[in-house]
Design a protein around this ligand. Structure first.
Ligand code: NAP
Length: 312
C-alpha cells in the first residue's frame, strides 16, 4: 500500500507518518509539506528510518513539496492533516473558513493527479471532510474524516475505567460533530456483550461528566503540551488498517450524508463499515429518541458551517 500524508511537518502528520511506516502493509509513504518546512520533513524521514532499523520494518519514504505533489500518484490513501490547530479557548468551528481554503485546495490538486481515498484529519473535521468531498468530486465512499472515532476511543477508556474492565470489553460510539455537540450512543454501548444499561452500576456512571471530559480532552492536551499527536495518530491507524486488510470494522467516521438518517448535504460522524472500498454508512442502528434529537442538533450545527465553506 502507498500512503501520502499532506501536512507531515505538523505534530499530527508526523505522528501518523511514524506509526504508518511501522505497518507491514505500508510499502511506500510520501511525506508532503510546504516548501518552507521541507527540512523538518527530511528530519522526520531520517528519524523514522532510524526507528525502522530498530523495529526491523521496511518502508520506502519519499518527500515532496505541496506544489508539485511529486510521488503522490498511485497513492491508495491520501491523508490531509494540514491546517491551523486550535489555540486555547478556540472552538474547532472557529477554524472552519481558514482551514477550508487549505483543505479545498489540496483536495482539488489531489483529484487532478489520481483517483484515491481522501482521509481528512484537519479540524473542524466534519466541515473539512465536506469541503474535501465537494472539491475533489470523488465518490463519497472515498472521502471520509476521522469524525468521532477518537472521541469514541476516549469515551471507551472512561467506561472501562469505571467498570474496571479491559478496554476491549467495551463497545461504544459517539456520533455527530467532533466537537461540542457530539452525542454518545448509550443505547449502542455494551460491556462484554451485555448492554451497559443492564449493569447495576450503570445508574452511577457519570455520563455527563465523562462526555464533558471527552469534549475537553483535546483542549486539555493543547494546554498541557501544545496539541495531541499520538491519540489522533493511533485512531488514524485503526482506519488505515481496516482499509488495508479489508476488515469491515464498524468505526464512527465523518462522511457525506445523502438522505441517511434524514440528512443531506452535510458530513457528520456516523457508524460506517470500513474496508478496501473506503466507507459504507451503516443505517440500521437504532438510536433512542433522545439520542436522535441530540444527533439532529449536532448535524444541523455542522451543516451551518458546511454551507459557509462550500464556495470559498
Ligand atoms: P501543527 O503541528 O501546527 O501542524 C499544522 C500543519 O498544517 C503543518 O504541517 C503546517 O505546515 C500546515 N499548515 C499550517 N498552515 C498552513 C497553510 N496555510 N497552508 C498549508 N499548510 C499549512 O498542527 P497539528 O497539531 O498537527 O494539527 C493539524 C490539524 O489537525 C489541525 O487542524 C488540528 O485541529 C487537527 N487535529 C484533528 C484531530 C481529529 O481528531 N480530527 C486531532 C488533532 C488535531 P508548516 O509546517 O509548513 O507550517
Amino acid at each position: 500500500m502507498k500512503v501520502s500524508v499532506i501536512g507531515a511537518s505538523g505534530k499530527v502528520g508526523g505522528g501518523i507518518s511514524f506509526l504508518l511506516a511501522n505497518e507491514p502493509y505500508v510499502k511506500e509513504l510520501v511525506l508532503i509539506s510546504r516548501n518552507k518546512s521541507l527540512n523538518k520533513v527530511k528530519g522526520l524521514r531520517e528519524d523514522i528510518y532510524d526507528a525502522l532499523a530498530g523495529t526491523r520494518r521496511d518502508c520506502d519514504i519519499f518527500i515532496s513539496d505541496d506544489e508539485t505533489l511529486k510521488f503522490l500518484d498511485g497513492s491508495d490513501i491520501v491523508i490531509i492533516t494540514s491546517g491551523l490547530p486550535r489555540k486555547e479557548g478556540m472552538s474547532r468551528l472557529d477554524l472552519a473558513k481558514v482551514n477550508a481554503k487549505i483543505v479545498g485546495k489540496y483536495a482539488k490538486k489531489v483529484a487532478e493527479i489520481c483517483d484515491t481515498k481522501l482521509f481528512i484529519i484537519t479540524n473542524p473535521v466534519d466541515v473539512m471532510t465536506y469541503k474535501a468531498y465537494i472539491d475533489s468530486k470523488f465518490e463519497r465512499n472515498k472521502v471520509f474524516g476521522l469524525g468521532t472515532h477518537l472521541d469514541s476511543l476516549r469515551f471507551k477508556v472512561e467506561i472501562a475505567k469505571f467498570f474496571g474492565v479491559h478496554i476491549d470489553e467495551v463497545r461504544t460510539r459517539i456520533v455527530g460533530e467532533h466537537g461540542d455537540t457530539m452525542v454518545p450512543l448509550i443505547s449502542s454501548t455494551s460491556i462484554g456483550g451485555v448492554p451497559i444499561t443492564r449493569f447495576k452500576r450503570f445508574k452511577d456512571l457519570p455520563i455527563k461528566e465523562i462526555i464533558d471530559e471527552v469534549k475537553k480532552k483535546g483542549e486539555k492536551i493543547i494546554s498541557l503540551k501544545g496539541g495531541s499527536e499520538f491519540g489522533p495518530a493511533a485512531a488514524v491507524l485503526n482506519v488505515v488498517r481496516s482499509i488495508a486488510n479489508n476488515e469491515n470494522r464498524l468505526l464512527t467516521l465523518s462522511t457525506y450524508l445523502d438522505g441517511e438518517f434524514g440528512f443531506t448535504d452535510v458530513c457528520a460522524g456516523v457508524p460506517v463499515k470500513v474496508n478496501r472500498d473506503g466507507v459504507e454508512i451503516v443505517t440500521d442502528i437504532l438510536f433512542s429518541e433522545k439520542e436522535f434529537e441530540a444527533f439532529k442538533h449536532s448535524v444541523e450545527t455542522i451543516k451551518k458551517y458546511c454551507i459557509e465553506v462550500k464556495d470559498i
